[in-house]
Design a protein around this ligand. Structure first.
Ligand code: NI
Length: 395
């Protein structure tokens, strides 16, 4: 681990003054979580605030329910454009924090801190619109449906990068377990790709006392579950991290004396590079087909590619480290990558940029029903965005 310690307590003073307001916004979002693309209330508030701050252009309904805000610097002579991204969506789960500002919406909860991400980017937007102490243009991307809906991809497909000629894009995610004020990042793969597979194995059902009259799908399926574990251990190069987890395995028989006609397997595949991803998909198909046939059964595979790996670009990672150092207490510049996935990956496929983790302190993990975003972390995140802009678009 390589960590660099900042010189002093450096949150932007103006952002420090705004921290109570940012907390109010955040807790309001927290009380009113919205899931997937259904972020109408949140998006309307974001758009209204961007208007109040005096943004030069606000476009709603991008990426279905996303919002884009444009802030031009005191000069735009450089023609440089930086995009900053926040996600607005919550999760379909029930909060058990008991906080005074806990979710008022049944079955929805901001359990991943996107309420904090949105509030921090609004804080940065207000500061940047007030000061405009940069040469170029800032594009604020507020996206829906990060949690499984690929809202980031919808924003890219809707042309946000081309329409405003974005040069670089930056995003952040809070990180439970990392102290407040600290940042963690690495060049290259930071988060994994997330693919999923569904397998249907068909044999010949029959009486469990007479297996010789059947093609036993349970046996074939069990062999498939075991054989799939050889992909990571035997086919993928040891220095390339990969995970294959079988998460569901059932047959259509629910009794003691019937060999089922059909069985079903589901699971997920995670890794950090295209070569490994292609290899995993190829071997999975091969193993399922050949193993099923070994036992006289037939198998079909539905393999769906989800979010690609989140890969930080080296040069922009360095800029991110410099900005984080200027506003944070410590930056781990060689943090370990993590296996969850993130749809900011699509934005990093479209433009060079970097994704950074922001310390959330000693809280429950993201997606836990007791999780809460740490309001003390907000000034660091908002200051980071501002510092990036003022550094990268310095006049
Ligand atoms: Ni998240």
């Amino acid at each position: 681990m390589s960590s660099i310690v900042g010189e002093e307590m450096p949150v932007k003073n103006r952002i420090g003054e705004m921290s109570e307001t940012i907390t109010e916004w955040r807790r309001d979002f927290h009380e009113h979580p919205e899931v997937m693309y259904d972020v109408h209330r949140t998006a309307a508030i974001v758009a209204k605030k961007l208007k109040d701050f005096g943004c030069d252009e606000i476009v709603e309904g991008i990426g279905k329910t996303g919002v884009v805000g444009i802030i031009k610097g005191q000069s735009t002579a450089s023609s440089r454009v930086i995009a900053l991204r926040a996600d607005m969506d919550a999760l379909p789960m029930t909060e058990i924090t008991g906080l005074p500002y806990a979710s008022k919406i049944k079955g929805a909860m901001h359990a991943c801190g996107h309420d904090g991400h949105t509030a921090m980017l609004l804080g940065a937007a207000q500061y940047l619109a007030e000061t405009r102490n940069f040469d170029g243009t800032v594009v604020l991307l507020f996206q829906p449906a990060e949690e499984g809906g690929a809202g980031g991809l919808e924003m890219v497909k809707d042309g946000v990068m081309d329409r405003w000629q974005v040069d670089e894009v930056y995003g952040l995610h809070n990180y439970p377990g990392l102290p407040v004020g600290e940042f963690a990042i690495r060049s290259g793969a930071l988060m994994a790709s997330a693919d999923q597979f569904e397998i249907e194995i068909t044999g010949k059902g029959g009486h469990a006392a007479e297996p010789h009259q059947t093609v036993d799908t349970t046996l074939a399926s069990a062999q498939i579950v075991v054989a799939l574990q050889s992909i990571v251990s035997r086919n993928v190069q040891a220095i390339r991290p990969a995970v294959l987890s079988t998460t569901s395995f059932h047959t259509e028989s629910n009794t003691f004396n019937v060999i089922p006609q059909t069985a079903y397997i589901k699971g997920t595949v995670r890794c950090f590079d295209t070569h490994t991803r292609d290899l995993m998909e190829h071997r999975l198909n091969e193993i399922v087909d050949l193993t099923a046939r070994t036992y006289g059964a037939k198998a079909t595979v539905k393999y769906e590619r989800g979010y690609p790996p989140t890969i930080n670009h080296p040069e922009q990672t360095q800029f991110a480290i410099e900005a984080a150092l200027a506003v944070g207490t410590r930056v781990n510049s060689e943090t370990d990558p993590v296996m969850p996935a993130e749809d900011f990956s699509y934005m990093l496929e479209a433009r060079p940029g970097a994704y950074i983790f922001l310390g959330n302190g000693d809280t429950a993990m993201c997606h836990h029903p007791e999780y809460d975003f740490s309001d003390e972390a907000a000034p660091f995140g908002a200051s980071y965005f501002v510092e990036l802009v003022e550094k990268r678009l310095s006049s």
